[in-house]
Design a protein around this ligand. Structure first.
Ligand SMILES: NC(=O)C1=CN([C@@H]2O[C@H](COP(=O)(O)OP(=O)(O)OC[C@H]3O[C@@H](n4cnc5c(N)ncnc54)[C@H](OP(=O)(O)O)[C@@H]3O)[C@@H](O)[C@H]2O)C=CC1
Ligand SMILES: O=C(CO)COP(=O)(O)O
Length: 331
């Protein structure tokens, strides 16, 4: 990768994939945007078509929609922007069409539920030796698509590749920082979604702003402990992809994870509260808690979320459990 115009491939044309496609095009790249539905691709290719996930947003002229995965083969790098739980199947399908040297940048936020594997490890199993990146940070797709100023982090183990990708994707409204701490960046994005469900539940139950602030601060302590145990760097977690995204997602009903928690807090069932939307924290909670237990990492908030989602605890029981833990030193 160089700082010259690149072809960026994007696999997944939901809200985030489409927003990133336009941002990459505005940054001066040619973009190939893959989606699984040929009808969706044909509709988006029509002049003046607007996106179904981002009302009113049109694809940039340099973004070409397609339903043929092989069209991504010539991209200098591909961003994978489908839900976390589809990472294995998507990486395998991409492995067939992409040259082994093409970097794959993971943009989903989660942990594989069944295997409890980090998404980078999933991709490494499926495409051994191929370059991997993770892009994460506080960024609502609508904000990015509307050209509001946004900053995110992109990590690759190879510092030069991380810098080249960050340079290629940065534009007038999207600023991409780079790091080499792949693990730290992916943990921040995956864990904050689970904690945001707790913050939403606090809001939905009307437990007050003080409780929400306490959850953010104590949630951050959990996130940091977990990341350290799994090799993430504390500095990464204090940055955009950790604290930054935790604060955004825990503060806004625009977040699907927060809104899901809010509806739980208002008394809706786990099944109804998702409202047909992607709630990554709900899919990741059990794997996060199992991984924490495997390394004796104390994550009481994440555990409370998991207990509520599994039906073992009511929300009242979760609040009681968190408030009645033994008094301890704050760290
Ligand atoms: N939205 C946001 O603000 C942000 C989202 N993210 C992350 O990005 C990821 C995607 O989120 P987002 O774009 O919002 O989600 P959406 O629900 O808007 O879109 C998901 C996309 O993935 C496609 N998809 C679903 N399942 C499969 C599959 N099995 N194979 C291929 N394609 C599939 C869907 O296709 P179809 O339309 O055909 O169903 C859809 O285009 C999540 O992990 C999220 O956490 C990160 C930062 C910001
Ligand atoms: O990750 C996001 C913002 O950074 C989007 O969060 P939600 O998936 O909760 O909407």
């Amino acid at each position: 990768m160089t700082a010259q115009a690149q072809t960026i491939g994007i696999a997944g044309a939901g809200a985030w994939g489409t927003a990133l496609a336009n941002a990459a095009a505005i940054a001066g790249n040619d973009v190939v945007l893959w989606m699984r539905s040929p009808e969706h691709a044909a509709a988006l290719a029509q002049p003046r078509a607007t996106d179904r996930c981002l009302p009113g947003v049109r694809l940039h002229a340099r973004t070409r929609p397609t339903a043929a995965l092989a069209d991504l083969a010539s991209a200098h790098a591909v961003l994978l922007v489908t839900p976390a739980q589809t990472t294995r199947e998507m990486a395998a399908a991409l492995g067939v069409v992409l040259p082994a040297a093409t970097p794959l940048v993971l943009c989903a936020k989660g942990i594989e539920r069944d295997s409890r594997a980090f998404l980078c490890d999933v991709v490494e199993t499926v495409r051994p030796g191929a370059p991997i990146g993770v892009l994460s940070g506080p960024s609502f797709a609508d904000d990015v698509a509307r050209g509001l100023p946004t900053a995110v982090t992109l990590a690759c183990r190879d510092a030069a590749l991380a810098e080249a990708l960050a340079t290629a994707l940065s534009g007038p409204t999207l600023r991409v920082y780079h790091r080499t701490d792949l693990r730290g960046v992916e943990i921040g994005g995956a864990a904050k979604n689970v904690l945001a469900i707790a913050c939403g539940a606090v809001a939905g139950k009307g437990l007050g702003e003080s409780a929400k602030a306490a959850l953010i601060a104590r949630g951050f302590a959990e996130l940091l402990r977990f990341a350290r145990a799994y090799g993430g760097e504390a500095e990464t977690l204090m940055g955009l992809s950790g604290l930054g995204d935790l604060v955004l997602t825990c503060s806004s009903a625009h977040s699907r994870n927060f809104a899901f928690g809010q509806r739980l807090g208002q008394g809706m069932s786990v099944t109804d509260a998702a409202g047909g939307k992607l709630v990554e924290g709900a899919a990741t909670a059990s794997a996060l808690v199992a991984l924490a237990k495997a390394k004796n990492v104390d994550m009481p908030i994440a555990e409370a979320v998991e207990q509520v989602l599994s039906g073992a605890w009511s929300l009242d029981q979760a609040v009681d459990a968190l408030m009645n833990r033994p008094v301890k030193s704050e760290h």
